[in-house]
Design a protein around this ligand. Structure first.
Ligand SMILES: [Zn+2]
Length: 202
């Protein structure tokens, strides 16, 4: 039996193959450029902090702090401790208290608690980045016994590149990129003039 093939039949598979390979190539190109865009975005903003916004509670900031410590290779900073985080009122500045602290840590030498307050009126005016600085600063006192590297009375001018433990209030224009660099140093205990509260007498 003789099979007669119409010449057009021969063209169809070839034509299909060409179509398929073209569209495949396009798809690959799209995927490739998508992942490049994504990489660039991740370099700019650490998506880790996207969990926090202006409505986040102190407890949510603490949860973030815990996760951040753990991913920095530290043990869970809240493990086995009673948490006591709260908003406080503005101190009476007329009594001589300076206005450069947005919070206060308590019971620093007690290893069974993490206790600190944030001044509510300051917090409300802060950006998320400023809040992160204040929160980490007070948590640094309360959980890690970090002291300020120096007090204002000990220096004549502010250092150019100050760590989280220098001030609990940072300028409004502080960026998330600066914070990420500073908090990496914070967990590594790596900044100029690291010092701790002396709890040996207790
Ligand atoms: Zn402080």
């Amino acid at each position: 039996m003789k099979i007669l093939l119409h010449p057009a039949i021969l063209y169809i598979p070839l034509f299909l193959f060409t179509l398929f390979s073209c569209s495949n190539e396009e798809e690959e190109e799209t995927i490739e450029s998508d992942s490049i865009i994504q990489e660039e975005l991740e370099e700019e903003v650490d998506p880790f902090y996207a969990a926090i916004d202006e409505n986040s509670t102190l407890e949510e900031y603490w949860e973030l702090f815990v996760a951040d410590a753990i991913r920095s290779g530290k043990p869970d900073p809240g493990y086995g401790r009673t948490m006591n985080l709260f908003f406080g009122n503005e101190p009476d500045f007329a009594s001589g208290v300076t206005a450069d602290h947005a919070g206060r840590a308590y019971d620093v030498c007690n290893d069974e608690t993490v206790s600190f307050e944030i001044i509510k009126s300051f917090w409300e005016d802060f950006s998320v980045v400023q809040r992160l600085y204040t929160f980490y600063h007070e948590a640094g006192h309360a959980r890690y016994k970090y002291r300020h590297p120096y007090e204002r009375s000990e220096v004549t001018s502010a250092p150019d590149n100050y760590p989280i433990m220098w001030l609990s209030m940072v300028p409004e224009n502080s960026t998330l990129e600066e914070f990420i660099k500073d908090k990496n140093d914070f967990f590594k205990r790596d900044w100029e003039g690291v010092r701790y509260f002396n709890c040996s007498d207790n």
